[in-house]
Design a protein around this ligand. Structure first.
Ligand code: PGA
Length: 230
């Protein structure tokens, strides 16, 4: 089945690099299948190219005197449709209460939320407990239609370490059982052009959240093709 594939560019690439990235991506018909999450300032370039685009964070506030913040409504107004919320690199700076408020604001604006959860290395033993808490604290009473869960073991992000397939399968089923309602679960953490084919065989996951490997258009295009054609 066709998988969802999301590129999280984090704080990378300049305007020139973004423009040449988009140009390179257009060389394959598969480029339209991915969801791109660049820095917010670059959203208009992706909209102009008719691509699916999202941001990496939004404000937990609706409007007003919050210097440096960007609201869900503003993101929606420039045409983005997705927002990553609760990424582990942001969780270091925000509380679960803020994460919950951000998800609320995004849903109100009809943005699709890519809600990241995952355990740290020292929490592996109590993984299920951690994931359950992260889910319950942030999305328990929310409508689930617009929420995609991205499971990213923190110890696997940017390290080259991926989880065993059997374990990913088990965790995905666990997450789906905690959420109760139907929901999509992505896997993230060192997904690259070498392992995506194997990981795509896991029927229990609905796609991938890709960091580092999404920055190279040639590599990311190959990954998109595998994810949507396997
Ligand atoms: P990575 O990052 O693919 O570079 O491990 C994934 C992420 O942080 O979303």
């Amino acid at each position: 089945m066709e998988k969802i594939i999301v590129g999280n560019f984090k704080m990378n690439l300049t305007k020139e690099e973004i423009l040449s990235y988009i140009k390179e991506m257009k060389k394959s018909k598969y480029h339209k299948k991915a969801i791109y999450c660049p820095s917010s300032i670059y959203i208009p370039y992706f909209i102009e190219a008719n691509l699916k685009v999202g941001v990496q964070n939004i404000s937990s506030f609706e409007v007003g005197a919050h210097t440096g913040e960007i609201s869900a409504k503003q993101i929606k107004s420039v045409g983005a449709s997705y927002v990553i919320i609760g990424h582990s690199e942001r969780r270091e700076k925000e509380t679960e209460e803020e994460i919950q408020k951000k998800i609320e604001k995004a849903i109100k604006e009809n943005l699709k939320v890519i809600f990241c959860i995952g355990e740290k290395e020292e929490e592996i033993e109590k993984r299920e407990e951690i994931l359950k808490k992260q889910i319950e604290n942030s999305i328990e009473n929310m409508p689930k239609e617009n929420i995609i869960i991205a499971y990213e073991p923190v110890w696997s992000i940017g390290t080259g370490l991926t989880m065993k397939k059997e374990e990913i399968r088990k965790v995905s089923l666990y997450i789906k059982s905690v959420v109760k309602e139907k929901c999509k679960v992505l896997y993230g953490g060192s997904v690259n052009e070498k392992n995506i084919e194997d990981l795509s065989k896991i029927e229990e996951i609905d796609g991938f959240l890709v960091g580092g490997a999404s920055l190279n258009p040639e590599v990311f295009l190959k990954m998109i093709e595998v994810a949507v054609t396997m």
